[in-house]
Write a protein that binds this ligand. Structure first.
Ligand code: SF4
Length: 446
C-alpha cells in the first residue's frame, strides 16, 4: 500500500482485539498512512473475531458488506485481520478472492513498545498485559488461535501506563485472556499483584484501574488483599466461572471444583462486601444433565452475582469438547440459557434497586442532549428522563451518561446523571442514586 492512504478499521469482538487494532493503526500511522473513520477510508481493515459461531457470522457479514462497498467503488481495499484470519486464513482467501490481504493477530512481545492509535475515549484505555492462555478449557479455541501464553515485562506495562497517565487518562482496564496468570512465564509465579503495585506508582491522573478476565483457579489472596485495600482499584471483579457442577467443571477442564469455586466467592465477598462480581456461564456443554443444570441454576440464584452473561455451548473445531459424545440439542441449550438470564434479570434489578439512596462516584462518558433524547430515544431509556420529570424545554438541567466503578465499558449498564453543572467526558462526580432499572441507574450530582 503506497504511503498516505486513508485507512480505517472496523473492530469486532473483545477489548483484546481492540488493542490489536490500535497496534495495527499505530504501525500504519508510523508508515505515514492517514488514520480516519472507516466511513471516510479508502482502505478498510475489519479486525475479526472467531470466538464462537455467532462472532464468526458477524465477521463474515462485515467482510461481505465491505466487498459490496468495494464493488460499488466506495472503497478501494478490504483487509481482513484478527482471529478469523488467524484461524482460517487460507480457507478465507479461497472463499473471498475480493479481499486484498489477510493479516493474522499481532504477536505481543515482552517489551511491547508498539505505537498505538487509541480507539477509545480520551479518558479511557485498555492495557493488554499478556496474550493467549495455557488453561486449555475443553470448549475453547483461543489458545489454538493466539498461540503460546506470553506476559509483557512489568517495565513495559509501567511505561505504557505512565504514558497514558500523562495523556490524561482517568480509567485503565487491565486485560488479557487470563490476567491472573500474568508473569507465570517470565517470573515463574503469579505476578499480577506485583505488577499492579508498580503500576499504581505511576498513576497520578488515573483514578480507576479495572481488572478484566480473571481465571478463578489463579486468583490469589495477595491480589484480593491489594484490591480490597487500594481505592484506585475498582471494586469490580470480572471472573468467568462457566459452571458449578463438579461433573461439568471437570469436563470443561477448569481446574476447579464446585466447592473450591464457592469458597473463593465467599472469600471475595468477605474481603470486599461492596464489590460487584461479573461472571459468565455456559449452558449445554456435551454431557450436561438436567441435574447439572439445576445445580447451576440454584448456584446463580443463591450467590446473586451482580453481572452475569450466559452463552450456549458452541462446538468449536479442534477443541476437546467438540469430539465429546452426548452433544446437547440446541433447543435445550437455549432454554437453559433463557432460564438463567430470566433469573438473573430479577437479581440484577433487585441489586440495583438496593443502590437507590447511595452516593456513587461516576465517570462522565458523554453529554446527553435533553431535547433530542425525548424524540429519538428508545422507550427503555426515556424512563430515566421521565423519572427526572424533565421536559424538552427544561434546560436548567443537563443529563449525562456515565459509569460507576461497577460498570465496565461496553459490557455493563450506565448511570444517567442529572446535573446543573456543566460537565465533560472524563469528569468524576459524586452522584446520589435516585432510580434503578434492569441494568442502569439514574441519579443527581450532589
Ligand atoms: S481461560 Fe479463557 S481463554 Fe483460556 S482456555 Fe479457558 S476459556 Fe479459553
Amino acid at each position: 500500500m503506497s504511503a498516505g492512504q486513508k485507512v480505517g478499521v472496523i473492530n469486532l469482538g473483545c477489548a483484546r482485539n481492540l488493542v490489536d487494532a490500535q497496534m495495527m493503526l499505530g504501525r500504519l500511522k508510523k508508515d505515514k498512512h492517514r488514520i480516519v473513520g472507516h466511513q471516510q477510508a479508502q482502505t478498510v481493515i475489519v479486525n475479526t473475531c472467531s470466538f464462537i459461531e455467532e462472532a464468526r457470522k458477524e465477521s463474515i457479514d462485515t467482510i461481505l458488506d465491505l466487498l459490496e462497498q468495494k464493488k460499488s467503488g466506495q472503497i478501494k481495499r478490504v483487509i481482513v485481520a484478527g482471529c478469523l484470519a488467524q484461524r482460517y486464513g487460507p480457507k478465507l482467501a479461497q472463499e473471498f478472492p475480493g479481499v486484498d490481504a489477510f493479516v493474522g493477530t499481532p504477536v505481543l512481545d515482552r517489551d511491547n513498545e508498539r505505537p498505538q492509535v487509541r480507539l477509545t475515549a480520551k479518558h479511557l484505555a485498555y492495557v493488554k498485559i499478556c496474550e493467549s492462555c495455557f488453561n486449555t478449557c475443553s470448549f475453547c479455541a483461543i489458545p489454538q488461535i493466539k498461540g503460546k501464553f506470553i506476559s509483557r515485562s512489568i517495565e513495559s506495562v509501567v511505561r505504557e501506563v505512565s504514558r497514558l497517565d500523562a495523556q490524561g487518562v482517568k480509567e485503565i482496564n487491565i486485560i488479557g485472556q487470563d490476567i491472573t496468570a500474568y508473569g507465570m512465564d517470565i517470573y515463574r509465579q503469579k505476578s499480577l499483584a506485583r505488577l499492579l503495585k508498580e503500576v499504581l506508582k505511576v498513576c497520578h491522573n488515573i483514578e480507576w484501574i479495572r481488572l478484566l478476565y480473571a481465571f478463578p483457579a489463579h486468583f490469589t489472596d495477595e491480589l484480593l488483599e491489594l484490591m480490597a485495600g487500594e481505592a484506585r482499584i475498582c471494586k469490580y471483579i470480572d471472573m468467568p466461572l462457566q459452571h458449578i457442577s463438579d461433573h461439568i467443571l471437570k469436563e470443561q477442564n477448569r481446574h476447579m471444583t464446585g466447592v473450591q469455586t464457592i469458597a473463593l466467592i465467599q472469600k471475595i465477598r468477605r474481603a470486599m462486601p461492596q464489590a460487584f462480581l461479573r461472571t459468565t456461564f455456559i449452558t449445554g456443554l456435551p454431557g450436561e444433565t438436567q441435574d447439572d443444570f439445576e445445580q447451576l441454576r440454584s448456584f446463580v440464584k443463591n450467590f446473586r452475582f451482580e453481572r452475569v452473561g450466559v452463552f450456549v455451548y458452541s462446538k468449536e473445531e479442534g477443541t476437546r469438547s467438540a469430539k465429546m459424545e452426548l452433544q446437547v440439542p440446541s433447543k435445550i441449550k437455549k432454554n437453559r440459557m433463557d432460564l438463567l438470564m430470566r433469573d438473573q434479570q430479577v437479581i440484577s434489578s433487585e441489586i440495583l434497586q438496593s443502590l437507590v439512596g447511595r452516593t456513587l462516584k461516576v465517570l462522565i462518558e458523554e453529554k446527553e442532549e435533553v431535547k433530542s433524547c425525548h424524540s429519538e430515544r428508545s422507550e427503555e431509556s426515556k424512563g430515566p428522563l421521565r423519572s427526572f420529570g424533565l421536559k424538552p424545554q427544561d434546560d436548567k438541567y443537563r443529563t449525562y451518561i456515565g459509569r460507576s466503578e461497577y460498570d465496565a465499558p461496553d459490557v455493563d449498564g450506565v448511570v444517567y446523571v442529572r446535573s446543573k453543572l456543566s460537565l465533560k467526558p472524563g469528569d468524576f462526580v459524586q452522584v446520589l442514586i435516585t432510580d434503578a432499572y434492569e441494568y442502569d441507574l439514574a441519579g443527581q450530582v450532589l
